[in-house]
Design a protein around this ligand. Structure first.
Ligand code: ADP
Ligand code: ZN
Length: 214
């Protein structure tokens, strides 16, 4: 069983690494960002509220996030482990996760921190484009689609996430430094932290993670 938490600034590549690793480790990828994007698209009152928060680059309230993750971790597919991507994002959430794991009789394997400097983050995110149909992620600089602005698979025009505009990216980075970097320090104290360089490219990052969990 492998229970992982992925930490790092927005744009560190957590989602991309997680998607690669689920294939190799056969454990679910739990992205709170994806879950909230789904809720935001649902058109419900809660959805609209969350949409507003996300478009500002702010954080969804801890209680709501904790409840959602708690439900998710109870599902059968997590019995072999999980990759938590984008959670915990505050020390409050980290403590809540400790409680959840205790209740489930589980232990965190590692909290992996993907270290990436702010300027790299801004460059990556403002160049990120997404296929609205299949969710594939492209980067205009490092992973461009084969045809101009069209998904390689679906051939539909790629879109930019509202929160990937530069001013929102800068704000997300500030929120990250203020609220989430303390989570890195939190895991540092528990001896569960592993720091990896998030700028060395997908393949090498995956190799390093696999070394840690095997
Ligand atoms: P990023 O690319 O910034 O890592 P995500 O896709 O993980 O973005 O999350 C997008 C947005 O969803 C965040 O900016 C935040 O508003 C909300 N969100 C996701 N996870 C959490 C969380 N654990 N706590 C609070 N808000 C969250
Ligand atoms: Zn597509």
């Amino acid at each position: 069983m492998v229970n992982l938490v992925f930490l790092g600034p927005p744009g560190a590549g957590k989602g991309t690494y997680a998607k690669e690793l689920v294939k190799k480790l056969n454990i679910p990828h739990i992205s709170t960002g994806d879950m909230f994007r789904e809720t935001a698209a649902s058109g419900t009152e809660l959805g609209n509220k969350i949409k507003e928060i996300m478009e500002r680059g702010d954080l969804v309230p801890d209680e709501l996030v904790n409840q959602m993750v708690k439900e998710r971790l109870k599902r059968d597919d997590c019995s072999s482990g999980f990759i938590l991507d984008g959670y915990p994002r505050t020390v409050e959430q980290a403590k809540a996760l400790d409680e959840m794991l205790k209740e489930l009789g589980r232990e965190l394997t590692w909290a992996i921190f993907f270290d990436v400097p702010e300027e790299v983050v801004v460059r990556r995110l403002t160049n990120r484009r997404i296929c609205p149909k299949c969710g594939r992620i492209y980067n205009l600089l490092t992973m461009p689609p084969k045809e101009d602005n069209l998904c390689d698979v679906c051939k539909v025009p790629l879109v930019q996430r509202e929160d990937d505009r530069e001013e929102v990216v800068r704000r997300r980075y500030r929120v990250y430094m203020e609220k989430t970097f303390p989570v890195v320090e939190y895991y540092g104290k528990t001896g569960k932290l592993q720091k990896l360089d998030g700028t060395v490219g997908l393949e090498r990052v995956i190799e390093e993670v696999l070394k840690l969990v095997k």
